[in-house]
Design a protein. Sequence first.
Length: 325
Amino acid sequence: MRNYYEQKKTKITKMKYFTPLILLFFISCATIVRQVLPLENLPLPTGQYNVGTKIYTWEDSSRKEWFGEESNEFRRIPVQVWFPIEGGTKQLHSPYLQNPQDYIRVISTDFDIPGSLLSNVKNIRTSTTIDGIPKSGLGKRPIIIFSHGLGGFKNQNTIQMEELASHGYIIFACDHVYDAGFVRFSEDEIIYSKSFVRHFPEGITDEEYWDTREKHLSIRSQDISFIIDQIEKLDTIDPALSPLCDSQNISLMGHSFGGSTVLSTLLREKSINSCIALDAWTLPMPSHEINQNINTSLLHLGQLSDKYWENKNNRLKLDTLVQNN
């Protein structure tokens, strides 16, 4: 019987050849492409506040980069934050993505989607103001930290981030470098994911595969803990944003691998108020974490069918964790 790694790699190989056949007709006609994937502008947030965003790059000098790149010795974490601003507008005026061609290339490569189907992404607009001035007089506002899935991006759930910020929340989201689809630190330094199945060596055992995934999970969880530490230092990092941030009222949200990331983080950060996991991929979580009582308000939103994950143990692990909470 083939192990998990072999089964996953076989399925990906089949999809690599099957998907282009399905899409061949659509990519030949620009009109059909726009109808199949219209990629419309982001919906306007419904809250009372206009929304701003800014991006930091933080370095964790307590952790060396496990993936072993020579470009930087210590772990770097790009972080984007959304928040209520002074002035601003609810008109669509800012590009949804910076450097959209990078996203098109990575998504096309990682998920075998023809780039022509994604070409319209460069035209998508949002109402968020880049580097807007944080709104004064609101007092301390609750914080949410978001973790993306395998191959995802810090801004993948922008619609949710903007909506939450328009209602007064402060949302931080990071790129888990080498797990994210790509991270652009500069024109000369773009780091791509090294975490997909294709990046694993041939012939690895299930034990070796899951040991590596568990290490990835630990790195991701430490990323979130580091962000929490940085939020507590915002008085010196960003004095303009700091007055809005209630470091004693932090919740976590994550999708897929990000779901297990925030669940794992709950066990190391006891001050977290609540957690939302979106289709959490719990398989990388070790048994000693699954069997602990996280003792925190938890909401999981996801598929009911085990077929979604191709492995019933994902659902079983999630059920065990919930029952122990």
